[in-house]
Design a protein around this ligand. Structure first.
Ligand code: SF4
Length: 399
């Protein structure tokens, strides 16, 4: 039986017994069949290199910025999830797309790539706790409530890229659009040309930060829809008068940073620039100097003059790599406590070697597929985002 350490009526947490079974309510998957090489195998790097060389142009390895160094070294391209999916789609000669990232990213890659391309996630248990916080049945219930309240017709769903394919498809079916952390403002503006309020899924922080910081709304314009409470915990009057219905979801990595983290680093390192991702809490955003997507964070530090100092509020693997890449600058993690994305870290060298060597042997393992109807409507929502001015030609960074 699946075990997920979940109270019966609560959203599943990002925990599975490692390598055991599946959580049916989660976007995450099941154990890897077959034998993984031991992590202690001294030949893992050589084995990965040999398998990749044997596959040649047939394989394209995508490495998300938050991945471990041991995996990133084999990536043909690194980036955020949307940029990586676009890159895979631009390589039709690659029969196999190995996505070193998390499940929703591999789904997006399957939606955006051609039918003959097979997308592989080296460890099916690499999910995303934020994506898991919006289960399809919960979103359906919320929409039914809004319909019963006669509010659905005036509500536009805007869904963050960090979501499962079925939530993206829900968005497409109901007149909404996907957004990334760099185009959330344009997506919201687009939505308010079409409706009176937005149902923003699944990251309450990105929704609130964009509405208040970029669109000048007040915090009172934003209410939280709690899927664990009847009618989202709201009255019809609260929902009707709100401009933003924020789904009660968050990133377990970026949600850890606090206003005290900012105060503390400023005390320790006076004059440091605090640079954070918009998935952080609103009080953190308010205290930061700069706010932007992963690609914005990378570009800002790359472009800064020698001697600059940054405290960065995003995933630790990326912050550590940026610090190593810029020995002439000071780049520190915003929080004192170490905080990796634990599900991203599920992809390690043994899983990469295992998936590549199986491909060499002619076995496609851990393929991620999205059914045609879901893929169609998710694509509709993605295409609405791409049609926003400037988005299709930009890298549209996310996560
Ligand atoms: S960093 Fe946050 S949003 Fe990104 S995969 Fe991890 S839990 Fe999900």
């Amino acid at each position: 039986m699946a075990q997920s350490f979940v109270e019966p009526d609560k959203t599943p947490l990002a925990l599975l017994l490692l390598g055991q079974d599946a959580d049916p309510d989660s976007e995450r998957g099941v154990e890897c069949p077959g034998d993984l090489p031991p992590a202690s195998d001294p030949d893992l790097v050589a084995r990965a290199a040999a398998a990749k060389a044997a596959l040649g142009d047939r394989v394209f390895i995508l490495g998300h910025h938050y991945q471990r160094d041991e995996v990133i070294q084999f990536a043909d391209v690194t980036g955020d999830s949307f940029k990586l999916s676009q890159q895979a789609a631009a390589r039709p000669e690659a029969e196999f797309v190995v996505f070193a990232g998390v499940h929703f990213m591999a789904e997006s890659a399957d939606i955006l790539t051609a039918d003959h391309q097979q997308v592989i996630l080296p460890d099916l248990a690499a999910g995303c706790s934020m994506a898991d916080m919006a289960a399809m049945h919960q979103v359906d219930e919320a929409w039914q409530t809004l319909t019963r309240w006669d509010l659905a017709d005036s509500t536009i769903p805007i869904t963050y890229m960090n979501s499962s394919a079925d939530i993206k498809a829900f968005t497409g079916r109901n007149g909404g659009s996907i957004c990334t952390s760099s185009n959330a403002r344009r997506s919201l503006e687009w939505a308010f040309e079409r409706g009176e309020r937005v149902l923003f899924l699944p990251d309450q922080h990105l929704g609130r930060n964009t509405a208040v910081r970029d669109l000048g709304m007040s915090l009172e314009d934003c209410v939280v829809w709690d899927p664990h409470k009847p009618d989202g915990g709201l009255t019809i009057e609260q929902a009707r008068s709100a401009r933003m219905l924020l789904w009660k979801g968050h990133c377990s990595v970026h949600g850890r940073f606090t206003a005290e983290s900012v105060d503390d680093v400023r005390d320790r390192m006076p004059g440091i620039t605090v640079l954070v991702h918009p998935e952080c809490r609103h009080e953190v955003i308010n205290k930061a100097d700069l706010v932007g997507s992963t690609e914005f964070i990378i570009a800002t530090i790359d472009a800064a003059p020698a001697g600059s100092a940054f405290a960065v509020g995003t995933e630790l693997n990326l912050v550590r790599r940026l610090a190593l890449r810029h020995p002439d600058k000071t780049v520190v993690f915003l929080d004192k406590a170490v905080c990796f994305c634990s599900t991203m870290n599920r992809i390690d060298l043994p899983h990469l070697v295992w998936s590549l060597e199986n491909l060499v042997e002619g076995r496609v393992v851990n393929q991620i597929t999205v059914d045609p109807d879901t893929a169609h409507w998710a694509r509709v929502a993605l295409d609405r985002m791409l049609a926003l001015p400037g988005v299709a030609t930009s890298t549209a960074p996310v996560d």
